[in-house]
Design a protein around this ligand. Structure first.
Ligand SMILES: Nc1ncnc2c1ncn2[C@@H]1O[C@H](COP(=O)(O)OP(=O)(O)O)[C@@H](O)[C@H]1O
Ligand SMILES: [Mg+2]
Length: 294
């Protein structure tokens, strides 16, 4: 797959770049100034859990990677790994080719070495993608289709359509770390639409951030923005349409820098919290250095 160019919808800012720095600020409640770190950008299960658990959590990112040419089979299809597309906090995503159909897909893995709660995230993700894929056409434009899922001796996987780089990496790689104001407005409108569509389907995303939205690939889709990563999504309605009862003990789940206040307070989240974090994301898209003051 050729290296995707910046979408026409994504324009670098004409303003001088604020390259290098990634933001400093004051952490809420602590009164301490903290530099934004890569860890702040990655989803974590519970940042306030004992250091022992934190170590285990970190260890899961050092999982074995698949190599080009490795073959993975589901009951219905066989895929050959082409290359690694990206790694998140809890899994890896590979470009694979269906051996018979010769179509390329993105295959996301969760190794059994990870905590049970981690690979159950893939089950949630498959469930959300499946529901989104069955939604009316106008409300599923910004979601990917779940194409297949399976298990091997070492990991579980899901297969979905391939998209281009995330907003985070488009900004870094193609826009000198700064989007133009027009791009931010355009991106904001589209991402808000996908949050709305997801809520209409009855799910909260709970990990809204620039790294979890990607641009489409190819002439038809390069102006589309897809919402990704439903690993910590949650259904907030009962099957009869009523709201689910809030739970009492809720662990911190998400990305510290892009977490709703309710999430930090370990309260049950609702659609307003995704919107709150979407606002944080818009501030960050406007100005990666000081858009969010923490
Ligand atoms: N369908 C896809 N096509 C191309 N790249 C993808 C796809 N899904 C995820 N990625 C890339 O893989 C990386 C991790 O994906 P993500 O779903 O966010 O995993 P995690 O749950 O580990 O955060 C990101 O860099 C993302 O851009
Ligand atoms: Mg992610």
């Amino acid at each position: 797959m050729s290296k995707p160019a910046a979408s026409p919808a994504m324009q670098p800012s004409s303003q001088p770049s604020s390259s290098g720095a990634t933001g400093t600020g004051t952490t809420t409640g602590q009164g301490t100034t903290a530099q934004k770190t890569a860890a702040d950008e990655k989803s974590v299960m519970a940042p306030n859990q004992p250091p022992k658990d934190k170590k285990k959590e970190k260890g899961t990112t050092k999982r074995a990677l698949l190599k080009a040419g490795n073959v993975i089979s589901s009951p219905a299809h066989t895929y050959t790994v082409v290359k690694l597309l990206g790694s998140g906090g809890f899994g890896d995503v590979y470009l694979v080719e269906d051996d018979v159909l010769k179509v390329k897909y993105a295959l996301k893995t969760k190794f059994y070495g990870a905590k049970k709660t981690l690979y159950s995230r893939l089950k949630i993700e498959a469930h959300v993608l499946d529901k989104c894929g069955k939604a009316p056409e106008h409300s599923r434009k910004q979601f990917l289709c779940l194409r297949d899922k399976g298990t091997t001796a070492d990991f579980k996987f899901i297969c979905m359509d391939v998209v281009g780089p995330s907003l985070e990496s488009v900004r870094k790689k193609f826009c000198n770390n700064e989007f133009s104001k027009g791009t931010v407005l355009n991106v904001s409108k589209r991402t808000l639409q996908s949050v709305w569509d997801l809520h209409t389907l009855g799910f909260l995303h709970r990990d809204i951030k620039p790294a979890n939205f990607s641009i489409g690939l190819g002439p038809e889709q390069e102006t589309c923005i897809f919402m990704l990563d439903f690993g910590i999504a949650r259904e907030f309605k009962n099957p009869n349409g009523t709201l689910r009862k809030p739970r009492e003990n809720i662990p911190f789940l998400g990305t510290p820098r892009f977490a709703a206040r309710a999430c930090h307070k370990k309260e049950e989240q609702s659609p307003k919290d995704d919107i709150e974090v979407w606002i944080f994301m818009v501030f960050d898209l406007f100005d990666v250095v000081s858009g969010i003051p923490w």
